[in-house]
Design a protein around this ligand. Structure first.
Ligand SMILES: O=P(O)(O)OC[C@@H](O)[C@@H](O)c1c[nH]c2ccccc12
Length: 267
């Protein structure tokens, strides 16, 4: 498979840099802000955008992304409108785009049609947190046939036996969840997921991205210690929802700077 994401991760590796994935809920607080946030986040140093496809029962999400989802749905978001957002983004950016959504919407839309339509619009893959690996065989086949990533997950609770299975099927990146809770900024000891990442390295060369809880440049640096990238959602979404757009972008910029200072190749 070779997607915008594969290319970006290879470029980052060659440059000796850590990646920053920024999660943004499509349509919250409004579509205009979503588009502007994608554009400005890239300028501030984001490498990948994780575009949230809002759902009424986002069971893996904490209060910040829950309320962003409610807001987006109130704004009339549907997969059809989200497809338009992806097309709009592609008019001004080639940044890798990974969707994040729950299976209910995609199943209702038709999973193969979902993959076909979103791939054609310019999306590079999808995160579906409510389908366990054991149940995703058919989805994986469909995604592979369309050069579309389906993210695999590992967590501090993942056994080695399971890791060999999920890692062997992974493409694009592996989502390394830092803790067993829901999304949201929290104080987390990232050395726990760091050890899990070290273990996963034995089974795969697929890039590892650590997410959940990251709210500051310091947390991003800690989360990146054993991974290739960090994923930041609630910290940015909260600021966008509070109308603090510049602050959201400044946070991304500060994370970029801190990661480059901590891990960047020295001249
Ligand atoms: O919000 P946090 O704690 O920064 O976590 C990342 C996250 O927002 C994003 O990757 C995400 C949003 N909703 C999800 C649901 C499941 C897995 C991941 C996600």
């Amino acid at each position: 498979m070779s997607t915008r994401l594969d290319k970006k991760m290879a470029d980052l590796k060659a440059a000796g840099k850590k990646g920053i994935f920024i999660y943004i809920t499509a349509g919250a607080p409004d579509v205009e802000t979503t588009l502007k946030a994608v554009r400005e986040a890239e300028k501030a140093g984001a490498d990948v955008i994780e575009l949230g496809l809002p759902f009424s029962d986002p069971m893996a999400d904490g209060p910040v992304i829950q309320s962003a989802s409610v807001c987006a749905l109130k704004n009339g978001m549907t997969l059809k409108k989200e497809l338009e957002i992806v097309r709009e983004i592609r008019k001004f950016s080639d940044i890798p785009l990974i969707g994040m959504g729950y299976i209910n919407n995609m199943y209702h839309y038709g999973f193969e049609k979902f993959v076909t339509d979103f791939k054609a619009a310019g999306m590079d893959g999808i995160i579906v947190p409510d389908v366990p690996h054991e149940e995703s065989g058919e989805m994986r086949k469909i995604c592979a046939a369309h050069d579309f990533h389906l993210a695999e997950f590992i967590t501090p609770g993942t056994t080695e036996a399971r890791m060999t299975e999920t890692c062997k099927d992974a493409t694009g990146f592996i989502y390394c969840v830092s803790n067993n809770g829901v999304t949201g900024v929290k104080k987390i000891d990232y050395s726990t997921i760091g050890k899990v990442c070290e273990k996963a390295r034995k089974f795969t060369d697929t890039p590892l991205a650590v997410g959940f809880g990251i709210g500051s440049p310091e947390a991003a640096v800690a989360a990146a210690a054993k991974s290739d990238a960090v994923i930041v959602g609630s910290a940015v979404v909260k600021r966008l929802m509070d109308g603090k757009f510049a602050e959201a972008m400044a946070l991304i910029g500060a994370m970029r700077e801190a990661l480059d200072a901590a891990y960047g190749k020295k001249a």
